[in-house]
Design a protein around this ligand. Structure first.
Ligand SMILES: Cc1cc2nc3c(=O)[nH]c(=O)nc-3n(C[C@H](O)[C@H](O)[C@H](O)COP(=O)(O)OP(=O)(O)OC[C@H]3O[C@@H](n4cnc5c(N)ncnc54)[C@H](O)[C@@H]3O)c2cc1C
Length: 345
């Protein structure tokens, strides 16, 4: 006998978009099970920038990655979704009755007419810079050494910080850590950045005010017995010098390890799932893709875009799950399902 769980929707990924999908599906009385490799919900928000402020969530002028996740968890509480955390979605098979069977590497099996892939960039693995012996200094819990993510900003208070990179993560953390660092130096191999222009402008202002340093340089060596004490930098003119450094934060991007999703037969294009913009369904009927994992003309990898995608996906998923029922569009204030769950009548 199979112990498979039967539900309306299986969601792969409990990042912000997978979480909000629970809300949109719940409004339509659709039950969801979520699977995530990580041991906690929130995806990139909690894994990569729990304390960084986000400024572009409508109605929340400033919210950190962790706070946004906490609020989403509160918002979806009435719908009682089941989380399968620390499990990787490993295989997807079509059943003879047309539903999908999603298997995880922990042996969980979920049977559902709809699968929503909200897997972001997959399991994200930071790119390690080619500096000899770097592994020995990685991820100490006291803010000293090499860190590829900032889980607790306060860990870096009063430290000599070196940040390397030219993208949004490097610039975001330069701006956010500058006020609490003893000293902060940003290095990039050229004087041009891929990051948002306003962040670059702000960084240059801080350099002009003498609050941080910027060098066109790369990191060539790490030094310190037992803990990081200094780095060797090399400038564009090949001259080398040493810089006292407690914490080195390289932000050279993340390697997208999509893992098993790449084998789900979803017609991936550059590791993304092409979708239509009316339903956010993939080319495979019954499999939807929302958030950072999908692609369509004009796609912006923003949380608010993913929220919109979740709303449209839910409307379409309803018709797959309940083909004989009519869907009446309702605002949340008149949604009988939500009112009942919130105990408001
Ligand atoms: C430094 C930084 C700053 C940012 N700032 C902003 C900002 O200010 N505003 C904004 O709108 N956006 C910002 N973003 C982008 C934003 O975080 C993403 O758009 C958002 O996280 C996408 O959400 P998601 O749910 O699609 O994917 P993710 O957050 O990537 O979550 C996907 C989840 O799927 C899981 N997963 C993947 N594959 C599997 C599998 N096979 N099995 C099980 N689980 C799986 C992953 O573990 C992960 O938890 C920022 C990103 C970074 C890195």
């Amino acid at each position: 006998m199979s112990n498979a769980i039967e539900t309306d929707v299986a969601i792969i990924g409990a990042g912000p978009i997978g979480l909000f999908a629970v809300f949109e599906l719940g409004l339509l009385d659709l039950k969801a099970h979520l699977v995530d490799i990580l041991d906690r919900p929130g995806g990139q928000c909690t894994e990569l920038y729990p304390e960084k402020p986000i400024y572009d969530i409508p109605g929340l002028p400033i919210v950190t990655g962790q706070e946004l996740t906490d609020r989403l968890m509160e918002q979806i509480k009435p719908f009682g979704a089941t989380f399968h955390l620390g499990e990787m979605a490993a295989a997807l098979e079509k059943q003879p009755d047309g539903r999908w069977r999603l298997k995880t590497d922990a042996g969980t099996e979920i049977i559902a007419p709809v699968v929503v892939v909200a897997a972001g960039g997959g399991s994200f693995v930071p790119k390690r810079p080619p500096v000899p012996g770097i592994e020995a200094y990685e991820n100490r819990g006291d803010g000293v050494g090499v860190h590829y993510a900032v889980r607790k900003m306060d860990m870096f208070r009063g430290k000599n910080i070196l940040i390397a990179g030219g993208g949004d993560s490097a610039l975001d953390w330069t701006l956010n850590l500058a006020p609490l660092a003893k000293s902060l130096t940003l290095v990039h191999h050229r004087d041009g950045f891929r990051a948002a222009q306003h962040s670059v402008n702000k960084m240059r202002e801080l350099v002009e005010q003498g609050k941080i340093n910027f060098h066109v340089a790369s990191v060539k060596g790490l030094h310190g017995e037992g803990k990081l004490e200094a780095v060797t930098l090399e400038g564009a003119d090949k001259k080398q010098w040493q810089l006292d450094t407690d914490a080195f934060l390289p932000f050279f991007g993340l390697t997208i390890k999509l893992g098993p999703i790449a084998e789900f037969g979803l017609n991936l294009h550059e590791n993304l799932i092409p979708v239509d913009t009316a339903k956010f369904e993939s080319a495979t009927p019954g499999i939807f893709a929302i958030g950072d994992i999908n692609s369509y003309p004009g796609k912006l990898k923003l949380i608010l875009s993913g929220f919109h995608e979740a709303a449209l996906m839910a409307q379409a998923a309803f018709h797959v799950c309940k083909p004989n029922e009519k869907l009446r569009f309702q605002y949340t204030t008149s949604s009988s399902s939500l009112q009942k769950k919130l105990g408001v009548s």
